[in-house]
Design a binder for this molecule. Sequence first.
Ligand code: GUN
Ligand code: FE
Length: 447
Amino acid sequence: MQSVTSRFALRGFLIDAPDFGSLRARPNGAILIENGRIAAVGDYDDLRRLHQPNSIQWPDLGPVAIFPGLIDCHTHLPQYSAVARGESELLPWLRQHIFPVEREFTGPKAREEAPRFFHELARNGTTTVMAYAAIYEESCDIGFEAARRSGVRTILGKMMMDHGSYGQTQPKKILSISLLESERLCRKWHKAENGLLDYAFSPRFAVTCSEKLMRGAAELAARFGAYIQTHLAENREELEKVRHLHMTARDYTDVYEKCGLLTQRTMLGHCIHLNPREIAAIAAAQSSVAHCPSSNLFLGSGLMKLDQILKAGINVGLGSDVAGGPELDMWQVMRAAIEVQKARTAYEPNLRPLRPSEALYLATRGGARALGKNTAIGTLDPGKEADLIVIDLQALLPYPQNRNAIVGLTPEDVVALCIYRSGPHANLETYVRGRRIYQAPKVANRV
Ligand code: GUN
Ligand code: FE
């Protein structure tokens, strides 16, 4: 891993999505990075002329596309080893496949897996992640330490649950311990590493949390200005359970509302089975939604009504939701987002499908907005922190030897190629705040 280079440039097909439905591109573009920030963006020839060639590195990476780093708004650190496991829906899947691996995620196992998890994120081009650890304080601490070393921008929290945690009976003190440990972690890690790390209070969902726990989490998050993350309305059986557990609530969202969990810094995972009142309540609270389409397909949870959530003005990002989703690759999550909306159009003919450029927006600037980090990351604007990925365009082509095939590509072509064919095999470099946190071995060998 290189140390922070104060000034360097990258040349390539620059593409970003500043708004839902809009793409910005410079086919022969260049980007100048100074002290971790984007100092200038322009056409290669202009930028090269303006900036003395001998004072600056211009590495030749070949035909590449440069995007803002991908943002994963919802995933689970301890679950990565259990991807693609099981055939059941959410609640039995959690019991049979997930709680057993989370229960083990501490000590040597966590120390071995956490650095590899963050390396995988960087390799896949994810520059910002919001994730859950296991219930143990140590698992979260190890996670933060691995995040810090990896350079990935990370929002993480200790999983909180005081009902039926990992299927075990609970000691009476579990509620106070959970709050105490979460507070300690928040004091240690929130806004650490110059703001690259943040803490999220993480009550799992209304099925495994008492109202007291949820209220306590909300109070702590307010006191420290920290994030909150939880799951909402993912699966029909879950909805039934919540209805029986929280009889006085108007609906699922009301359970969280009453406990103070709906804030401007709240990320709500899934949000598939919501009524109009719930959507309005989330919008009024300015909470954000993490749409996890690959997970929703894997677990058969349902097809998210993305148009309704967006129409309400709610900020939406995308989440891999590993191990509900089978991979960390956000290009695959974008693809799933498109395919979920396409599947809906079969039954709702007036619905407009999600376009590749819109999916890219959700995985970049949409995610940045959903995390309240929109002024720092999410686009290639000068002044922003340089969170970038470099994609090998030739690796995406069906006949990679044919270099001319790249010449006529439109920005929309490049985005679609990435969504349908990209992945870690094509990701050459990943930068966070101007620091290269991943470099593909083939590039390292070439230089
Ligand atoms: N709901 C509560 N916990 C989980 C989890 O770990 N994964 C998913 N997909 N949904 C959940
Ligand atoms: Fe999840």
